[in-house]
Design a binder for this molecule. Structure first.
Ligand code: WQD
Length: 377
């Protein structure tokens, strides 16, 4: 389908039903240039999310808005992944991949590491193999600040050593290495092989300002913000547990760099635009050492650290809810502070996480109160 001028470029979004994935789909749709094709196994998401994306796109662009396409596919099923690529070969193929599908709970990854390696690493290998086979050369990979482990310096620059402290973090670091080795592989010419940007997220928070899209994991949320929202709206009991107050941080609780989900989603579009600039022009790979291939990693964060207590207070302010909490022991894999140095992404991608904490909490609360029972049945 075309938007009246150039034909839409197909972008495969793995995990596109998820919290970050669905907001990335909205960011792609609202440019009017991309046709998002989602593959997701629905393990931690609802199809309803994509209906909301389509609704938002129509609100933004009118009836002509591109509509997302969904294929229910599990990345562990190599044939099913390849069938999706093959389906579009005769129509010009898939132009780029934004790869978000993964298991992503830091604590859980220590309990079921093999599941994390099979999905996050095995699934990525199936995807990368099909990209190679079907000549798809552009990938934005969803990585994570957790690859830094306990960083040497805060705020964390991209040059900080990759030394993950959790199985989850190790799967993300491993896939970055696999992708980088593919980018390094010998190629016929500069533009012929895989080009990649790994975006290392800090902590996404909030929801689309329309209140139509938000974070709806299946079951009790593991992450702090959606849990605080569900407690305030009465979906979860007012029994928050704070995992440790003995960290070397101002108030003893972990510090994280929270950024608005729409800023993060927009960061993916900026990464995609940057990595597809042909090598005949100055681009983000121009200064890469040829032995390293066209691979770049960028932190997507705000550069502002907030503690667990800060977040509880911010959500108390946004919801008017009087949270009760119990202080318990540390959660496996948690590190004291993950705050980004966001200057490289700003300089090279034009990425700035603008929305402030109150906006994140207000948008999150707006979504939660509009859909007290979420996307669920
Ligand atoms: C934040 C803080 C918890 C719940 C997330 C993603 C992960 C990765 C990194 C993407 C921590 C504390 C939480 C609770 C608590 N991002 N907490 N009680 O661990 O930073 O991980 O960002 O790749 O995929 O999940 O975020 O929200 O789980 O925890 O005290 O009930 O809140 O200990 O200090 P985290 P989180």
């Amino acid at each position: 389908t075309t938007n009246g001028s150039a034909p839409l470029k197909r972008v495969l979004v793995t995990g596109g039903l998820g919290y970050i994935g669905s907001h990335v789909v909205v960011a792609l749709l609202s440019t009017g240039q991309y046709q998002p094709i989602v593959i997701d196994n629905g393990h931690n998401a609802y199809d309803e999310a994509l209906k909301r994306c389509a609704e938002i796109a129509r609100d933004d662009l009118g009836a002509e808005a591109p509509q997302p396409i969904l294929h229910r596919v599990d990345l562990r099923d190599a044939q099913a992944v390849d069938d999706v690529f093959a389906k579009y070969d005769s129509e010009g193929g898939i132009w780029a991949v934004i790869h978000l599908a993964a298991l992503k709970a830091v604590g859980e990854s220590g309990e079921i590491p093999l599941a994390y390696y099979k999905v996050n690493v095995g699934g990525s290998m199936n995807l990368l193999e099909s990209m190679e086979k079907h000549n798809c050369k552009n990938i934005v990979f969803s990585s994570s600040a957790t690859v830094y482990g306990v960083p040497e310096t805060i705020p964390i620059p991209e040059t900080s050593p990759v030394a993950p402290e959790s199985a989850y973090g190790r799967t993300k670091a491993m896939v970055e290495n696999i992708i980088q080795d593919l980018c390094r592989a010998p190629r016929k010419d500069q533009d012929d092989g895989l080009r990649a940007v790994s975006v290392r997220y800090f902590n996404p928070a909030g929801a689309h300002p329309s209140g139509k899209l938000g974070e709806e994991p299946r079951g009790r949320p593991g992450n702090l913000l959606p849990l605080l929202a569900q407690i305030a709206v009465g979906r979860e009991k007012n029994d928050l547990k704070v995992f440790g107050t003995d960290f070397p941080t101002p108030d003893g609780t972990c510090v994280r760099d929270y950024l608005h989900i729409m800023d993060l989603a927009h960061g993916h579009v900026l990464a995609l635009n940057a990595l597809t600039v042909p090598s005949s022009q100055q681009n983000i790979f121009s200064n890469c050492d040829p032995k390293d291939g066209p691979f770049r990693a960028f932190n997507l964060g705000k550069g502002k650290g907030m503690s667990v207590m800060n977040m509880i207070e911010a959500m108390r302010k946004a919801t008017g809810f009087d949270y009760k909490y119990e202080i318990v022991g540390r959660r496996r894999g948690d590190v004291p502070d993950l705050t980004a140095d966001p200057t490289l992404a700003e300089k090279e991608l034009g990425f700035v996480a603008k929305a402030d904490l109150d906006t994140m909490c207000r948008d999150l609360w707006n979504f939660q109160t509009k859909h007290p029972n979420g996307y669920g049945n």
